[in-house]
Design a protein around this ligand. Structure first.
Ligand code: SF4
Length: 506
């Protein structure tokens, strides 16, 4: 097995903080020279970066890990540094995984000698019990990817259990959202090959009599039900949601009339659906305009007669109009998130009457996000793809909103400025967005949050006198600020970075 020392060995030792925080270029170079160039090139194409390097976000591997942990009869194993695996396992259980996360540990020796790959192969063989599992997912984190651990050499199946090996390094996959696509795409590819070779398992509830629309992207559980009701007058049915909850759903996801790319960043999954000859439709049935446009697009690609599409619109749109009018939102909002549904939420807010000025998303711009971006930009909303925390904060400072919706650090910064704020993932993503159920569903939480300004004033008065910045906390004597220490440490870090660069060039 190819290895790349000393960079990877340094990472194992952890002495210079290689990993999330530094040494990304070295790890990428090591991975390329260890034979991972093809995978990294594919990721670069599927998940384009820019305008800057990478949004601040959690470890990307959390996305693929979560997808695996949510699937029935699927075992997940991680191969990576113990600290990474600890963090990922902790976060998984924090979000209620209730499943075992497998781990193949390593040290410098097993990494360098190739023993790690042997250990992974043994672990996969030990776990692949067909009575328990349909699939085993094994994930290379940063260091094993950088050292070229060749998961592609694992057997494709053991006793009928599929073996799916993926590389999900932080230096190759920008966000945890896109890591979901890495695993979903790998599974779809496997399932597509199986379906091409012969008969495959039918859906648990039997095959739908109507043509189905596969829904791409994780969403609030009530949304697929709402979408099914929108599709019904078109003579269509809702198919599975990808990422799926079970292996056999992959076959029915592929066996669809069309795919609705509700979340627009699933590039690898789209590639598999296109290879299966399925048309893809962007955007989603959110609000009045969004639902009308989506019904038309879906109807068109599924060859539904124009009068049937018009009848469906006539049946559904008045209910959405009524729900939006009943629950208006008044106030200026900036928002940001990393789920992939940010543009859809913004559309709904605008249609509810909110003055939305800025939408930041950690996800990239894709052709599937174009309809939503164009709609928002036509209404004066600045849409920032691959938004950094600095851009999200700058937007909040510039527009001084009545409400900031965002990630944890944005919410924290907003509250420090006495701006009411809501956490996107927990409070906005956890609501229906689609069709009549989505229209008006956000208004209650948004209006309640905007009405809370007076509570911030009370809190400000209560905490008045407690220090901030370097003097945060309650002190007997106020700590003295020592900016020269910070400067000294900054120079020290820069020197270390220069040394690393020089060593790399030797
Ligand atoms: S695997 Fe995740 S936590 Fe570990 S170094 Fe890579 S990005 Fe960071």
């Amino acid at each position: 097995m190819a290895t790349s020392l000393p960079v990877v060995e340094q990472a194992v030792a952890g002495g210079d903080g290689l990993g999330c925080h530094a040494g990304k270029a070295q790890l990428e170079a090591a991975a390329r020279s260890a034979g991972k160039g093809e995978a990294l090139d594919r990721y670069a194409q599927d998940y384009p970066k820019g305008p800057h390097d990478q949004p601040q976000s959690m470890c990307p591997a959390f996305g693929s890990l979560r997808v695996g942990l949510r699937m029935r009869r699927t075992a997940t194993i991680l191969s990576g540094s113990a600290c990474c695996v600890y963090g990922l396992t902790f976060t998984s259980h924090f979000y209620g995984a209730r499943r075992t996360v497998g781990y193949v540990p390593f040290n410098s020796e097993t990494l360098v000698t190739g023993q790690l790959f042997e250990d992974i192969r043994d672990a996969v063989h030990a776990v692949a019990d067909p009575a328990l599992y349909d699939a085993v997912v094994i994930t290379n984190l940063c260091v094993p990817t950088a050292s070229g651990v060749p998961l592609q050499l694992l057997p494709k199946e053991i006793n009928g259990v599929r073996i799916i090996g993926i590389d999900v390094p932080g230096f190759g996959v920008p966000t945890h959202a896109e890591a979901k696509d890495v695993l979903a795409g790998a599974m779809l590819k496997y399932a597509r090959t199986e379906a091409e070779l012969g008969p495959v398992a039918a859906p648990r509830g039997g095959k739908s009599e109507k043509p189905t629309i596969t829904l791409l992207g994780e969403m609030f559980p009530a949304d697929p039900v709402g979408i099914a009701m929108l599709l019904e007058p078109l003579g269509l049915a809702a198919g599975p949601v990808v990422p799926t909850r079970e292996w056999r759903e992959l076959y029915s996801a592929l066996d669809c009339a069309a795919v609705a790319a509700i979340h627009p960043f699933y590039a690898a999954s789209v590639r598999e659906f296109e290879a299966a000859g399925r048309p893809i439709v962007g955007s989603a049935p959110v609000g009045l305009d969004g639902t009308a446009a989506w019904l038309e697009s879906i109807g068109r690609v599924a060859n539904v007669a124009a009068d049937k599409i018009d009848a469906a619109k006539a049946r559904i749109l008045p209910a959405i109009k009524g729900a939006l009018a009943k629950m208006p939102i008044t106030g200026r909002i900036t928002m940001s998130g990393y789920e992939g549904s940010e543009l859809l939420v913004a559309r709904l807010l605008v249609e509810s009457g909110a003055d939305v000025r800025y939408v930041g998303t950690a996800c990239p711009k894709t052709r599937w996000s174009d309809p939503d971006r164009e709609w928002l930009e036509a209404r004066g909303v600045h849409v920032q793809f691959r938004a950094s925390l600095e851009q999200d904060l700058a937007a909040m400072e510039e527009f001084m909103p009545d409400l900031a919706i965002g990630t944890t650090p944005v919410v924290q910064a907003a509250k420090e400025r006495m701006i009411p704020a809501l956490y996107f993932t927990n409070l906005i993503s956890a609501r229906p967005l689609m069709g009549p159920a989505g229209a008006g569903s956000l208004a209650q939480v948004i209006n309640a949050a905007m009405g809370n300004t007076h509570r911030f004033e009370t809190m400000r008065a209560f905490f008045d006198g407690v220090g901030t910045g370097h003097a945060a906390g309650v002190w007997e004597t106020i700590p003295q600020d020592r900016p020269e220490f910070r400067e000294h440490y900054k120079r020290h870090l820069a020197k270390l970075a220069r040394q690393r660069k020089a060593e790399e060039m030797v």
